[in-house]
Design a protein around this ligand. Structure first.
Ligand SMILES: CC(C)(COP(=O)(O)OP(=O)(O)OC[C@H]1O[C@@H](n2cnc3c(N)ncnc32)[C@H](O)[C@@H]1OP(=O)(O)O)[C@@H](O)C(=O)NCCC(=O)NCCS
Length: 192
């Protein structure tokens, strides 16, 4: 199976495949950011070192099976968040997830990370679309998609309602096609 590179670079952001030795750094990033994560990330309601270790083990397995490719978002070697390409939207597609440590927001880091994932995702065989899904009450997440040039293609009620306390239970779906991404890249190249 076609797999992505284990390290991706975009501007000052380096994404690298999560490894089990990241336990301390990831656990610290989560525990220092709980107030900012709990409204949107269902897993943040029940944090802890064991759960973090479980996440790293699961992420390793998903990489091996090709179900998802999870990366640490790093800046100058410091773990600043997490992101990944997931096969949750059917054949030919990936969706992207991300979160940042609360101290690293507002600097374009999530946008750079998601951009690196899109670039890599479209290099994998058979991928023709990449989506970002978020709750309608979470515009900061949608702004990442908008900054990268994704198009909002729909709003769908979450079948089981809100999954985290900040959510209203309405999924906003943003999409980028392979053709749109190529056009955007060549536009960027033309304008220098
Ligand atoms: C969603 C989340 C990752 C977005 O983080 P963010 O900091 O807003 O996004 P970025 O890192 O791309 O930073 C964008 C900001 O940096 C600014 N910025 C500075 N330099 C920039 C650059 N080179 N490129 C892009 N943006 C830049 C942007 O103008 C923007 O500022 P604004 O917030 O005042 O509009 C963050 O809010 C988060 O972790 N939330 C909790 C978890 C979550 O909701 N995850 C998503 C679930 S669907």
């Amino acid at each position: 199976m076609d797999k992505p590179a284990e390290t991706l670079t975009s501007d000052r952001v380096v994404l690298r495949r999560w490894r089990t030795t990241d336990l301390d750094a990831l656990d610290r990033a989560v525990s220092e950011s709980l107030d900012h994560l709990v409204p949107w990330m269902p897993w943040a309601a029940d944090p802890g070192r064991q759960r973090t270790a479980g996440f790293l083990a699961h992420t390793h397995e998903e990489w091996e099976t090709g179900q998802a490719f999870g990366y640490a978002i790093t800046v100058d070697g410091v773990v600043t968040g997490s992101c990944g390409l997931h096969r949750r939207i059917g054949a030919g597609g990936f969706d992207i997830g991300y979160w940042l440590h609360r101290h690293w927001t507002g600097q374009g880091i999530a946008t750079m990370a998601a951009g690196a994932l899109v670039r890599q995702g479209f290099r994998l065989a058979g991928i023709d679309r990449i989506e970002i899904h978020h709750d309608a009450a979470n515009p900061a997440s949608g702004a990442v998609a908008a900054r990268l040039g994704f198009t909002e293609v729909g709003r769908v009620p979450a079948p089981e309602g809100p999954a985290a306390p900040g959510e209203v239970g309405l999924h906003v779906i943003w999409r980028m096609t392979q053709d749109q991404w190529r056009a955007r890249d060549s536009e960027g190249a033309r304008s220098g």
